[in-house]
Design a protein around this ligand. Structure first.
Ligand SMILES: [Zn+2]
Length: 102
């Protein structure tokens, strides 16, 4: 069973990615307000979690995920650059390989 903050953090993380926005306290507050506007009989589970989770905690969880995603992308990019440089040193070209006869 997830903590309420984790449930809302998933929602915040997804909506920030969909909107291409960084995760900020303002974004967390906006999403929480949207979730709290759900009908009382709503069974999505997120609005219920939004009612109990703390903004600061949601923000902490969601921005930690954002940072780890950014670090993964930076790492992937660094490895790609190293591979290209190694190939250039070895004299291999990164030009598209010509296709054979169709
Ligand atoms: Zn709901």
């Amino acid at each position: 069973m997830s903590d309420a903050a984790d449930i809302v953090a998933i929602d915040v993380f997804e909506s920030a990615r969909a909107a291409g926005e960084p995760i900020t306290v303002a974004l967390v507050k906006r999403r929480v307000a949207e979730l709290l506007a759900h009908a009382p009989e709503c069974a999505c589970g997120r609005c219920e979690a939004a009612a109990t989770a703390r903004i600061g905690h949601i923000w902490q969880v969601a921005s930690a995920w954002e940072r780890s995603m950014a670090a993964t992308r930076r790492r992937a990019w660094r490895w790609a650059l190293i591979a290209i440089q190694r190939d250039q040193v070895a004299g291999r070209s990164h030009a598209p390989t010509p296709r054979g006869p169709q």
